[in-house]
Every structure is written in C-alpha cells, then in structure tokens.
Design a protein around this ligand. Sequence first.
Ligand code: FAD
Ligand code: EPU
Length: 338
Amino acid sequence: MLQIRENVSLKNFNTFGVEANARFFVEINHEDELTELFLDPKWLQLPRLVLGGGSNMLFTQDFKGLVIRMNIRGIEHRINHEEVYVEAGAGESWKELVDYCVSHNFAGMENLTLIPGSVGASPVQNIGAYGVELKDVFESCQAFEIATQQKKTFIKEACGFGYRESIFKGELKNQFIITSVKFKLSLQPKVNTKYGAIEDELHKQEILNPTIGAISKVVAHIRVSKLPDPSTIGNAGSFFQNPVISFGEFEEIKNKFPEIVHYPAGDNKIKLAAGWLIEQCGWKGKIVGETGTWKNQALVLVNHGCASGSEIYALSSQIIDSVYNKFGVKLHREVNIL
Ligand code: FAD
Ligand code: EPU
C-alpha cells in the first residue's frame, strides 16, 4: 500500500543539506507502485519532482507538489561470452553498483567510482568522471511515461547523450521516470588511464599494470582529496558545467590569459576548466556567510552549516557575474535548481 506523506522536510534528502518542505512525498519501491500512484488523477495535476539521492539538487524554496523518491532496488547480471549485462533498479546507490562491478571484475565503470546518487539519475545528466561517461557503459533503460502510464525502453541512441546532457534533461524533461538501467561491461580488464590525474597518481604509487580494482582505488583517492564529503560539508559536486566555446572565442581569451586550462572538445570546440576560471576571479576557498566555494576545488559550492538554498544560489549568481566580467564566458549551472 502506497504511503503518501504530507509536509515532509527534504533536509535529509539533498546533499546540500538545505531546509525545504515537500507538500506531498511518496517513496516508490516497485515499478508497479507508479501505476498505482497515478490511478489517482490528483497526482497528474500537481507539480511532481522525481528524486534519487538529491546530490544534484538545490532547493531554494518549498516544493508545492509531490516528491517521488525512487527506491527500487536490485542488481543482477548476465554473462554472454566476453560481455556482461548488469541491470540495476533506479533506487540502487551508484557507488554500490560500481563496487559490485569492480568486485566481480566487470570492467568499464571503475573510473566512475564514488559518484554519489542513484542509478536512476545516472542517465539524466550522463554522469562522467576521470575520462569515462555513463554513455560508454549504458545499454538501455526502462522508464515510466507519466502521461500515458506506459513503460518504455530507451536504447543508447535514443537518449541524446552529450556532456552532462540527455533527452531526460532536455526535450523529455519531467515526462519519464527511469525505473531501471542496463549496462554493458566487459570481462576483459581494459583500463582507461588517460585522465592526467589518474596517470600521475599511478606513477606516484608505482603501479605499472593497474587492475580495475586499482583504478577504482586511485580514482577514489583523487576524489577524496579534492571533493568535500557531503555527509560532513553540504555540497552537490560541481555547481557549474565546464563551458564549451568555439575555437575562435578561445583564441581571443588565450591571447589575454595564456595559461588558461582547456581541453579539446571536438567539432572545433574547446572546453574550459570552470574551476580555473572561478579560482582566477579570487573565489577559491572564499567563505560568504554560511556558504562559499571549496578550498580544494573552486567549482564546488558548499554549505558551511545552515545556509539556505537562496544564499547558495545568490553566491552562484555572483560567481557567474565575475567570471563573465573577467573572461567574457558565461557559466551554466549544472545543479538542478528548484
Ligand atoms: P538527484 O539529485 O536526486 O536528481 C538529479 C536530477 O535527476 C533531477 O532532475 C531529478 O528529477 C532527476 N532524476 C533523479 N532520479 C530520476 C529517475 N529515476 N528518473 C528520472 N529522473 C530522475 N556528477 C557527475 O557527473 N560526475 C561527478 O564526478 C560527480 N561528482 C559529484 C561529487 C559530489 C561530492 C556530489 C555531491 C555530486 C557529484 N556529482 C557528480 C553529481 C551527482 O552525484 C550526479 O548528478 C548524480 O547522478 C545525481 O544522482 P541523484 O540520485 O542524487 O539525483
Ligand atoms: N582547476 C583549478 N582550480 C580549481 C579547480 C580546478 O585551476 O579550483 C583546474 C586544474 O587545472 C585542474 C582542472 O581545472 O587540473 C580540472 O579539475 P578537475 O580534474 O578537478 O576536474 P573539473 O573539470 O573541475 C570535472 C567534472 C567533475 C569530475 C571531474 C573528474 C564537470 C562540471 N565536473 O571537474 O564532476 O569529477 O571532472 O573527471 O564536468 C560533478 O559533475 O559534480 C563533478 C564533480
């Protein structure tokens, strides 16, 4: 029987740890419960928010509709020659899924170790880290269409994956609830060490032929050294996306700032390191009231105690303005603002 609660605090359901209230709140443990939920047309009329771990959300106000917290569990795998298909429920923890794959020696996800949040949210922004993106291991996902209450399968080609982008964040925003995701991994231990920080760390630890377990540990080590742990300091990881600009615009900026940190982004485009831009504007480690940017990674905005979502949002606006004034580059928020 579905339990719909009223006036629920979301403080423990967002990694910024900011206070906000949900008018209605329901936890979904099985996909059939979605069908059951929408038998009542009331829930089709009110605004809805699908929530996983709340690690990419900033609440700046109370939510006047229904929060649907995804808690569908289960991980299973099927081996087919050199490949393995792993399927996980939307409410599984991403971290635990990666640990499961690494411990079974299924290769492909190890660079995505320790990203917070749920499996169901992973396709939404095509999570990525240390040279790998979700799309590299994604096979398909099952989703529930709210308007028709039908289940639909999305194969990779239908998802419009790009840098921190997918169809679920774009044209199908708020229309589908992802219930499970299937991944294609390899039984051949191929490792991806092309991200500079991984190579440096392997070198430092004198690891010559890394296993996928070793890559996972190295990535975890780098992440812990740079990123604040949300269980002690509220944050949502990178607050902004790394801006992607044309080669022409880049040349102009580089003339003025020759040391600018950048990467080729294909298609005659260049990706700039937003953390560098923000640091150059003097924001790194700065504390503004109860909020600020992280001392080891300027791209991460933090809650030092009891900041409100609006204070964090206001700081992000100040940062956008100062980066624009200095470099002429507009930063876009990666975190979902509500
Ligand atoms: P939520 O924050 O709950 O939701 C995010 C969005 O997805 C919302 O729009 C929500 O409506 C939607 N959504 C959630 N579940 C579903 C579903 N089942 N169906 C449909 N829509 C859904 N991200 C990276 O890409 N790379 C990183 O390296 C990285 N590092 C991080 C480090 C830290 C310390 C933190 C706090 C965050 C980091 N993130 C990173 C961001 C975050 O972990 C990811 O975006 C993650 O996928 C969010 O998962 P979640 O379950 O918490 O999603
Ligand atoms: N840099 C600075 N100052 C800073 C931060 C970064 O100068 O304060 C420069 C450094 O030169 C550094 C470079 O920027 O070498 C890149 O920094 P880092 O390796 O930390 O990666 P990032 O580009 O800042 C991106 C993702 C992260 C992901 C890492 C690793 C985005 C928006 N962020 O950060 O994802 O973990 O790469 O792949 O693309 C997230 O999305 O929440 C997230 C944490």
